[in-house]
Design a protein around this ligand. Structure first.
Ligand SMILES: NC(=O)c1ccc[n+]([C@@H]2O[C@H](COP(=O)([O-])OP(=O)(O)OC[C@H]3O[C@@H](n4cnc5c(N)ncnc54)[C@H](O)[C@@H]3O)[C@@H](O)[C@H]2O)c1
Length: 467
């Protein structure tokens, strides 16, 4: 579905009219293309005294060959140099022309609310120096892991800061808070790469928790999924098609699954990406077993399962039939539980495996006419939360994305006025694309994301709904 307003607002006349009339100004967002560097432009790195995550950030910046600047701050410059970076010192009063594509601030050293002023000192001088589609990342300590209530309070406060900043970084910018548990320093790279790059185009104001774990993947960052087998449900179109193509781009063999009625469309997608097709209704009683047998027989197991298949049957509860209720609950939630159970019971999910679910902001905020859908998608969040610790002990992660308004056949069917409201009511004044959801799933799927567990990340351009 094309967004004609965004096309218009990016023309010379459109820009002028939108500005003078105070209309939304959706910018064409930077999006990743193979071969692109992680980030194009300068990065400003800073830290509160005592920060313990600066080294991890510096090491990632060195690995991606970023152009790094620091304020004249001994502690940060020393750590940057030790990580192999040749960081330049930036003086905002002297070099007023400098623009930054990304700002990274390590707030992990902050142990009480008085010290939160360090956040102000780092960000205030640079907020007018941001390039288009900039990235802001604050690193903190998971509040639950803090030693004292004061430290936990200060770390938790960062969430309000980042959610507010997400609304202030205009021009397609995004801001995120990444909490690392003690010992998770070596698990930050995949998340930093994702949030710095155009792959996270439509993700903003999110809070991610990274856990400590012993798995340390060595991988080719250009093909992180080489040798991996992925099952994607609902892969014949929309978001599922984008997920299948993106994970194949990253090197995986993709088994696309969809209902038998869409078998031809499914084969078109899987043959384009060198994958294989499995035509199956996930609600069929024998579907979980058939899936387990298929992955065992054809691939000896599976590394990544993406539960993408989903439907809406919108009606106010008073007008909803039980069939509409049952279908939505069954496809969107219960069948996912049954498939997980069958795959786990058969022992076919391989070590360092991934279960990735597709929830929705309707599952967070609720939506008029979606009591069935909102319930199913909130249930997906419950499934992630409750299974995360159990699966982590088996070296498998489970996470979900919660898309906002994404341009697909599902949203094209929404009446015009509601569709326009859904598209514009976010910090980026536009809908997201299926690829934006797929890129977040590719980040979860990476073998380097072993510490990313139990997260629900919204891909919604910081939608006002449920914010
Ligand atoms: N489009 C959005 O804005 C949006 C927002 C939030 C969440 N989501 C979620 O993203 C996912 C994909 O949505 P989409 O917009 O691409 O929808 P879509 O309708 O375009 O695609 C859904 C796919 O799931 C398949 N499917 C449905 N029932 C199935 C079953 N019983 N067995 C196997 N496959 C089945 C469909 O055939 C279809 O190919 C869904 O879970 C949806 O709830 C979408």
């Amino acid at each position: 579905m094309s967004d004609r307003y965004t096309l218009f607002a990016n023309s010379a006349l459109g820009r002028l009219l939108a500005k003078n009339l105070g209309l939304p100004m959706p910018l064409n967002l930077d999006r990743f293309q193979p071969g692109m560097p992680v980030i194009s432009g300068a990065v400003l790195l800073g830290a509160a005294p005592g920060g313990q995550l600066t080294g991890a950030a510096a090491s990632t910046l060195n690995n991606i060959q970023a152009e790094v600047h620091t304020y004249a701050q001994d502690q940060v410059t020393k750590i940057a140099t030790a990580s192999g970076l040749n960081a330049k010192v930036w003086n905002p009063e002297v070099d007023t022309e400098q623009k930054f594509k990304a700002l990274i601030f390590d707030a992990s050293g902050i142990t009480c609310s008085d010290d939160l002023v360090q956040v102000y000192h780092f960000f205030h001088p640079v907020m007018r120096k941001l390039a288009e589609c900039s990235r802001i990342i604050v690193l903190g300590r998971t509040p639950e892991s803090c030693d004292t209530p004061r430290q936990a309070t200060a770390q938790r406060a960062l969430e309000g800061f980042i959610r507010s900043l997400g609304k202030e970084v205009k021009k397609g910018g995004a801001a995120q808070l990444v909490y690392a548990a003690p010992g998770a320093e070596d698990q930050l790279e995949s998340s930093l790469r994702f949030f710095l790059s155009p792959r996270s185009a439509y993700v903003s104001a999110q809070v991610v928790r990274i856990s400590a774990c012993t798995t340390k993947a060595k991988l080719d960052w250009a093909k992180p999924l080489a040798g991996k087998v992925v099952l994607v449900t609902g892969a014949s179109r929309g978001i599922g098609e984008a997920i299948a193509k993106t994970l194949a781009r990253d090197g995986a063999h993709v088994i696309g699954l969809d209902i038998p009625a869409l078998a031809d469309d499914l084969r078109v997608v899987t043959s384009l990406i060198g994958g294989s097709a499995l035509a199956l209704d996930i609600t069929a009683a024998d579907a979980p077993l058939k899936i387990a047998e298929h992955v065992k027989a054809h691939h000896g197991g599976v590394d990544i399962i993406v539960h993408n298949a989903g439907i809406t049957r919108d009606k106010t509860l008073a007008n909803m039939t039980q069939q509409q209720w049952d279908m939505v609950m069954n496809i969107n939630l219960s069948s996912e539980e049954r498939i997980n159970d069958a795959l786990l019971a058969a022992g076919v999910i391989r070590d360092n495996g991934r279960i990735i679910c597709v929830s929705s902001i309707s599952g967070i905020a609720g939506n008029m006419g979606q009591s069935n859908y909102g319930m199913s998608k909130a249930g997906v969040i419950g499934m992630v939360n409750s299974m995360a610790p159990i699966l982590f002990a088996k070296n498998i992660t489970i996470n979900a994305v919660a898309p906002g308004f994404i341009e697909t056949q599902m949203t094209a069917a929404i009446p015009f006025a509601i569709r326009e409201a859904g598209r514009r009511m976010n910090s980026m004044s536009q809908g997201g694309l299926p690829i934006d959801v797929a890129e977040a799933i590719a980040w979860y799927a990476s073998p380097a994301s072993s510490g990313v567990n139990g997260n629900i990340v919204r891909v919604c351009g910081q939608s006002l709904i449920g914010a």
